[in-house]
Design a binder for this molecule. Structure first.
Ligand code: ADP
Ligand code: ZN
Ligand code: ZN
Length: 724
């Protein structure tokens, strides 16, 4: 018997299987999907058994499998096939696809994660013997009490009864030890009742057909009670004797939703996310494999949870970009679950208050079935939104907090209500704007903001390569107030505490949440009303439900609007709409203040009117005119080299190759990547816009193969880029 084994090395040239002999002692044990240790070259490495075979090529020397790495963690047939699907659609190496599915690193060198055990004591002999012993040793009180306890409880923790009496019982063999695995995460099984769905929720709930592969888009305004419907769907799947999978964005951002699920399903849940320790993650994975849980909640990689017989799959906040993996395998969890919904013939539901344009366009065309919820669940009103013109405020020297926001904050503080302030900022923003008139530099060809490159004083379009020089004066108002708007959370915190010295302020951003669980703690404290004001970045905009929050202030709406990306408006809509949704989620009405230099901006006005459809129609027109998704699909080819001349030369070669081999596509570039030089490597990129894939994957795969052994140049391909 032989096995075809894929080795652990994630390099293109080893992306194929090698045949090994199965030694006689392992013949009945080795199965496809199992991790094994094999000799490879002069050393040993980890591998994956792809399949078993009787046929071998007699000409080459065949080595034997050395041993099994883990008998329990095996990829099932569905996941093995899913790996092949990922390889084909994302052009990754097969090993990286399988690695993405497993709870821990496959490499031999990686630290082994051990199961955690505790020692129990139990009776080791026939009961009559114990009874005889008790009769004969009436004076050994301690021993007898241990034996009586064991007769009653069967197993007792060793630490609870240890001592000389126990040692004696162990020595004479009346009792023995037993190792029992304990999971690092344990939830009690107290269960709370389900909320009774209102008529609107009930209607949505009933629309979903179980036992049929179909994708639904649930577009429900913030607070419309989507989570409660998810819970009912999951419950229904369990009643049908099936399992359920729920994906959430970053789990730390959604602690509240996870806790709600624990309330309902108790210990019937496994959670999987990057915040777990290796041990915790392996335990949770084992719970699924051992079929001890029927519900899995987790982030992107949980799309590969080894659940069997799935009855429903749900993706919350489906617009979130965290569902797309940026490094290999560059998969999109939504696409993975669509594939799995076919495998399991079960519904897939995408939920969001602000669906991605892609998803909404599909729903409009009937590719997905659209489900809508326009009302908040507990009769709370949607918030009232005000736009404040910061141009006017700058003239009054209100540089950070407008007079209106200040006034509103004062009123909330006096009323003992809570406030959230959002600083809209992404790490690498180098967008220049004029603090006098709000002018920003845009590319004349792409309607995208230009990025500033300090080194050569250039402004550049990362999309088409258009470049211009920065002038000293603002081209619009001729003032010299052009600057990059670099307001940080710390500065904001200082300003707010200056304005409201007695307010209790807590800050949440990348700096204050580095420690494990610090995110949860901030949220818990704020929810307990230990603070009046929560201020922070994007992190605070999603999924949180604080009844006492009645005011949300968006300090600088323009930052994300001005990103050099065709999705800037879409992202801004999502971010600000989600953030606004934090206001007034209970009986008192919420208000939102959006501070902006562009009060007439279309996107901001759609947010103001709580009007997703209006935004959708307008933005789709722009996408159509400029041939962006969802009208066109994109593929991104990156050409990377340490050598400057090589990267330029090779990117032109790649461009010509694509031009020659692809038809009915638009090829843009080569241009510099958003970060041209990184780790002393240069990256150029080429963007392919297409409507039908035709031979695209084949041509890209061949391109990839051409650079297989090239030491100087590397090619990276993303067939569904979310950032370009
Ligand atoms: P979403 O996920 O759509 O933003 P949630 O599911 O978080 O909304 O619900 C918002 C609030 O409304 C929560 O406090 C929730 O407990 C409450 N809620 C949801 N459904 C109902 C219902 N049928 N009856 C009463 N309260 C509900
Ligand atoms: Zn351009
Ligand atoms: Zn200006």
């Amino acid at each position: 018997m032989y096995a075809n084994v894929l080795v652990e090395y994630n390099v293109k040239s080893l992306d194929k299987s090698f045949t090994y002999k199965i030694p006689s002692n392992l013949v009945d044990k080795i199965k496809p999907g199992m991790q094994v240790i094999v000799p490879f070259g002069k050393s040993i490495c980890n591998g994956f058994v792809l399949n078993l075979t009787n046929e071998v090529n007699e000409d080459v020397e065949i080595k034997s499998i050395y041993k099994i790495k883990n008998e329990e963690i095996i990829l099932n047939q569905e996941l093995l096939a899913l790996g092949l699907y990922l390889k084909e659609t994302t052009l990754c190496n097969l090993i990286s696809a399988y690695e993405a599915m497993l709870p821990s690193d496959v490499k031999v060198k990686s630290k082994k994660v051990n199961n955690k055990y505790v020692t129990y004591i139990k009776i080791a002999v026939a009961l009559s013997k114990v009874e005889d012993y008790i009769k004969d040793h009436a004076r050994s009180k301690k021993q007898i009490s241990i034996l009586n306890q064991l007769l009653e409880e069967e197993m007792v923790l060793k630490t609870a009864i240890s001592g000389t009496s126990l040692n004696e019982l162990l020595r004479i063999g009346l009792v023995c030890e037993e190792q029992v695995q304990v999971y690092r995460i344990n939830k009690d099984n107290k269960k709370k009742d389900l909320v009774k769905l209102n008529d609107y929720q009930m209607k949505v709930f009933d629309e979903v057909v179980f036992n049929e592969a179909k994708t639904y888009l649930l577009h429900g305004v913030t607070g419309s009670g989507k989570t409660e419907i998810y819970i009912k769907w999951i419950k229904k799947a369990l009643n049908l004797k099936k399992t359920a999978l729920l994906l959430v964005p970053e789990i730390t951002l959604t602690t509240q939703i996870v806790n709600r699920l624990y309330d309902v399903f108790g210990c019937d849940i496994a959670i999987l996310h990057s915040g777990l320790s290796d041990g915790e993650r392996q335990d949770e994975y084992l719970k699924i494999l051992r079929k001890e849980v029927r519900v899995v909640v987790g982030t992107r990689s949980s799309a590969f949870a080894p659940l069997e017989n799935i009855g429903v799959m749900i993706i919350d906040e489906e617009h979130s970009e965290s569902y797309k993996q940026e490094n290999n395998p560059k998969y999109d969890a939504i696409e993975v679950l669509k594939k799995r919904s076919l495998n399991h013939q079960c519904p897939l539901i995408l939920g969001s208050a602000t669906p991605s344009l892609d998803s909404y366009a599909r729903a409009s065309k009937g590719v997905y079935q659209l489900l809508e919820l326009n009302k908040r669940a507990n009769d709370a009103m949607l918030p009232i939104i005000h736009l404040v013109n910061m141009e006017e405020e700058y003239k009054k020297r209100n540089m950070i907090i407008s007079s209106m926001l200040k006034e509103f904050m004062e009123a909330r503080l006096n009323n003992h209500e809570q406030i959230i302030l959002l600083l809209n900022r992404r790490g690498y923003s180098t967008i220049l704007n004029c603090s006098n008139c709000g002018f920003t530099y845009k590319c004349p060809h792409c309607d995208i903001n230009l990025t500033y490159h300090k080194t050569n004083n250039h402004l550049r379009c990362h999309y088409c390569g258009y470049t211009t020089f920065l002038k000293d004066k603002c081209p619009n108002c001729k003032s010299d107030a052009i600057n990059d708007f670099g307001l940080g959370t710390e500065k904001l915190e200082k300003e707010v505490s200056k304005l409201f010295p007695s307010a209790r302020i807590i800050r949440m951003d990348a700096d204050t949440t580095t420690k494990k669980n610090s995110h949860d703690e901030i949220i818990k404290k704020f929810a307990n009303y230990e603070y009046d004001i929560l201020l922070g970045t994007q992190m605070i905009s999603k999924g949180l439900d604080f009844p006492k929050v009645t005011l949300v202030g968006i300090v600088n709406a323009d930052q994300s609007l001005n990103m050099p990306d065709f999705k800037a408006s879409e992202r801004t809509f999502q971010l600000l709409h989600q953030a606004s949704g934090r206001a007034g989620r209970s009986s008192s009405i919420g208000e939102v203040i959006i501070q902006t230099m562009n009060p007439t901006d279309y996107t901001l006005n759609c947010i103001k009117d709580n009007n997703y459809q209006m935004f959708y129609k307008h933005e789709m027109q722009i996408r159509k005119n400029l041939k962006y998704p969802p009208y066109y699909y994109l593929a991104l080819v990156k050409i990377i080299s340490k050598d400057y001349d090589t990267v330029l030369k090779e990117s032109n070669k790649v461009y010509k190759y694509l031009l020659k081999n692809l038809s009915n596509v638009e090829i843009l570039g080569p241009t510099t990547a958003p970060i041209f030089k990184m780790n002393n490597k240069y990256t150029m990129q080429i963007i392919i816009k297409y409507r039908k894939a035709d031979n695209l994957y084949k041509v890209l795969k061949e391109l990839d193969n051409q650079y297989l052994l090239d030491k100087l140049t590397n090619i990276e391909i993303d067939t569904s880029p979310k950032n370009i």
